[in-house]
Design a protein around this ligand. Structure first.
Ligand code: SDX
Length: 431
């Protein structure tokens, strides 16, 4: 820890206390205020955690002003162009890029855990045909706790590693089963000779009545989209996984909590909301009216896929997805896709508007991803499920880092109480 400190002086008591500064590798240093309450009797107040570091982490770094995203120090554009989702998952979970032998061993382990207990099929039988796939994913991921709860020792690294591999391996199988439930089609089992993305596509789209051929374009695009969603510092769903995991709960239950948090339209649900928004806007002629709605404080409408708590520049993932979007649609013969045209027009107008420029609101990861998913034949309500699949190695890596942190304690925020002052009970006949 550096010798630098920040002094807080309480003008009421006149007491001054020096708090140590901790330096990181990149980004702002942090003031360690763990002893603030004990020294000065105050809590800090930071709803939304805009200025609060909840942990130290070696996993991912974002420079919001420069639009930089690093996974274990490697720039996201290099990984998106040159790596694979399972290699990136290994990197996030283990801290280093694997050797060829390590990668083959990891891929083999994940492949061998893709099956789920056959009784999980019964869970899907309980859902109505129009159940939202995120509701099904959240429920069934949490139900994995019921199968392994007596085998998990979260204090044993090997037990944690097995849990991690099971979660990463089974998410696509569960996600595809939710997709088949919606379609009313039979579930498709994973195949060990296929890639992670190829298996997912086949489990989603294959039918017993005909052969299914995996599109290399779709397989590559899906693998890249999973890479781009793999981790993102202490976002809402990752913070949820950490907080849930800090109680010592079953890791499958903590991941289910992450799924629940991700579903929100302000977070991972935004990719679905973007396509719904584009449908609502309809044509480029209507864009100015919707831009005005987004700027109107009395109108709850926001430009979905725009803005970010950390990025005050173009989300680097959006830059890559925008490029992939054009490539995929061109290769699929859909380059004149009206939704893409509309999205590009919306982006062009918004980025010239003072309201968005002043607030540094740029397209984020969710703005273009849905257009690719739709081009691959994936329905809008399924987009967030794919976000959850991508984010799974990040959740696992962050959960593992939290559990292994010697400073780790149960997360238990305090509050500023603004309710009624202490008062005595009044019997009902006297009220
Ligand atoms: C993800 O945290 C992560 O890392 C998340 C994520 C990940 O990988 O995990 O990157 C994934 O969640 C991306 C974000 C997806 N959400 C959306 O696209 C929904 C639309 N975006 C907004 O809801 C909003 O921008 C947030 C939620 C993303 C960020 O909200 P903040 O940081 O709380 O920002 P804010 O609400 O304080 O907005 C600041 C100003 C406000 O105006 P003023 O009060 O200053 O006048 O900008 C305005 C907001 O009204 N604003 C928008 C806007 N986003 C912010 N106005 C119109 N449209 C928008 N999209």
């Amino acid at each position: 820890m550096s010798k630098k400190t920040v002094t807080i002086t309480d003008n009421v008591s006149g007491k001054s206390v020096d708090f140590p500064i901790r330096e990181g590798t990149h980004g702002p240093d942090v003031v360690d205020i763990k002893t603030l309450y004990g020294e000065l009797g105050y809590f800090t107040y930071d709803p939304g955690f805009t200025s609060t570091a909840s942990c130290r982490s070696d996993i991912t770094f974002i420079d919001g002003d420069k639009g930089v995203l690093l996974y274990r120090g490697y720039p996201i554009d290099q990984l998106a162009e040159q790596s694979s989702f399972l290699e990136v998952s290994y990197l996030l979970m283990n801290g280093e890029l694997p050797t060829k032998r390590e990668l083959e061993g990891f891929e083999d382990s994940i492949t061998r855990h893709t099956m789920v207990n056959e009784s999980i099929k019964d869970f899907f039988g309980g859902f109505h045909y129009d159940a939202h796939p995120m509701a099904m994913l959240t429920a069934v991921v949490g139900s994995l706790s019921a199968f392994y709860h007596d085998q998990i020792d979260i204090n044993d690294p090997e037990s944690r590693r097995l849990c991690a591999h099971r979660i990463l391996a089974k998410m696509p199988t569960i996600a595809a089963a939710a997709f088949k439930k919606i379609l009313g089609e039979p579930f498709v089992y994973p195949r060990n000779e296929l890639s992670y993305a190829g298996n997912l596509l086949r489990m989603m789209f294959a039918r017993p009545s005909e052969d299914y051929e995996i599109s290399p374009v779709a397989e590559k695009a899906l693998d890249q989209l999973l890479i781009l969603h793999a981790d993102h510092e202490q976002n809402a769903s990752t913070s949820t996984v950490r907080l849930a995991g800090s109680t010592g709960t079953n890791p499958f239950a903590a991941m289910a909590a992450g799924c629940a948090a991700l579903w929100g339209p302000a977070h991972g649900g935004a990719n679905e909301a973007v396509l719904n928004m584009l449908e609502e806007i309809g044509s480029a002629d209507n864009v100015p009216r919707f831009i005005d709605k987004a700027k109107d404080k009395n109108d709850p409408f926001r430009l979905m896929g725009f803005g970010h708590r950390v990025y005050k520049n173009y989300d680097p993932r959006a830059t890559i997805i925008r490029k992939t979007c054009h490539e995929v649609l061109d290769e699929l013969g859909m380059s004149d896709d009206p939704q893409l045209e509309l999205a590009m027009r919306l982006e062009e107008i918004a980025l010239k508007d003072d309201y968005f420029v002043e607030r540094k609101l740029y397209p984020n990861v969710d703005f273009y991803s849905g257009i690719i998913y739709r081009a691959l034949g994936i329905p809008t309500e399924f987009f967030t499920v794919l976000f959850a699949l991508g984010r799974t190695p990040g959740w696992i890596a962050q959960w593992e880092e939290m559990i292994s942190d010697p400073e780790q304690r149960i997360g238990r925020p305090r509050q500023s109480y603004t309710g009624a002052a202490k008062r005595d009970y009044v019997a009902v006949h006297k009220r």
